[in-house]
Ligand binder design. Structure first.
Ligand code: PMP
Length: 323
């Protein structure tokens, strides 16, 4: 089954943005000796932009949180960040205006590739922004298998930052579980508790409470989970962050995965253990998508417009002001 998260990067859009300049997608270059390739030194963010319900306003969710996380990932790996938040949003606006089409949302990938330097000396990184269209449809529920590959410990390869190297292990896990017929893999942490899936965090419903592991369990510090926590509270649901044992996952009433691109995708089964499809997570998902479509705002989940109500491009300055 093809899921939204896997489909987007099979596209070849016309344009990308390199250090603020529009470049034809096929002309973006990187040298084979760049540390981005020789030592997997790149950090990135995936941001999602949504058309509102009437299709005249296009907004990006939580760009400041993504910018802050990108800076934190870069700081940990000693990668200098040579652009401000304002320039970051302006870049999304520039590329978004080139690639946006009516009726399709956009997923932006903003990647800092280390292009110069050697083992921390003279490090320079290029900011490359790509964007891929996303169909507005409900993804099918997914089937997961628990992988034998594990999330690295914080002292080995920190998982709460978003660096490309983290996805090497995730790729092994995805390949392993897809061979067994599952859509994606659950990764356990080094203690054998639930960490996350390859590109999203895990939520379960246990005794009427929505539960997700904290980043110290080996998952990314997810912006979507933060947003879902707010939506849960707004719906009057209890939301907890605590470790989840494997057996709790398998015997949970409901299960879902949360991420910018996955939104809140329901899980049908993990290793043959099946979950309720019409419970609290389905409600949460519906409300989250309504917020994304601008039906109702929630403080703490900013939607920054790139195309305004008059169908005009929002100027970079006012886009930044709106965040
Ligand atoms: N974990 C991993 C490994 C991810 O790649 C993602 C997607 N960015 C997430 C969790 C979810 O994070 P977010 O909600 O910030 O997109």
């Amino acid at each position: 089954m093809a899921h939204t998260a896997s489909l987007s990067q099979l596209q070849t859009p016309q344009w990308a943005l390199v250090n603020g300049e529009l470049v034809r997608y096929e002309d973006v270059r990187i040298h084979i000796s760049a540390e981005a390739l020789t030592r997997a030194l790149s950090v990135f963010e995936g941001l999602k932009g949504y058309w509102n319900k009437t299709g005249n306003v296009f907004s990006v969710r939580s760009p400041r949180q993504h910018y802050n996380r990108l800076c934190r990932s870069a700081a940990l790996l000693h990668i200098p960040v040579a652009f401000t938040y304002e320039e970051f949003v302006a870049g999304l606006a520039t590329l978004g205006r080139k690639l946006l089409v009516p009726d399709q949302d956009l997923w932006f990938r903003t990647t800092l590739y280390v292009t110069q330097g050697h083992w921390g000396e003279g490090t320079v990184a290029d900011l490359v922004v790509t964007a891929f269209t996303q169909r507005k449809h409900d993804p099918d529920p997914m089937r997961l298998g628990v992988s034998t590959w594990r999330r690295a410990a914080d002292v080995a390869l920190p998982t709460r930052v978003k660096c490309s190297a983290n996805y090497v292990g995730a790729r092994l896990a995805r390949i392993e579980t897809r061979r067994l017929g599952y859509d994606d893999a659950v990764l356990l942490n080094d203690a054998g508790r639930v960490a996350e899936v390859t590109g999203a965090c895990i939520l379960i419903v246990d005794q009427g409470r929505v539960v997700s592991p904290p980043p110290s369990e080996g998952c990314l510090d997810s912006i979507t989970v933060d947003a879902l926590e707010q939506v849960s509270r707004d719906l009057g649901l209890v939301f907890e962050r605590r470790p989840i044992e494997r057996t709790e996952l398998l015997t949970a009433a409901e299960c879902g995965v949360a991420g910018t691109i996955s939104e809140l995708t329901l899980i049908e089964e993990v290793d043959g253990y099946r979950f309720e499809q019409y419970g609290l997570l389905a409600q949460l998902r519906k409300r989250y998508l309504a917020v994304m479509r601008g039906d109702s705002g929630l403080p703490g989940i900013p939607l920054v417009p790139l195309i305004d109500e008059a169908g005009q491009s929002v100027s970079e300055r006012s886009a930044v002001r709106a965040s």
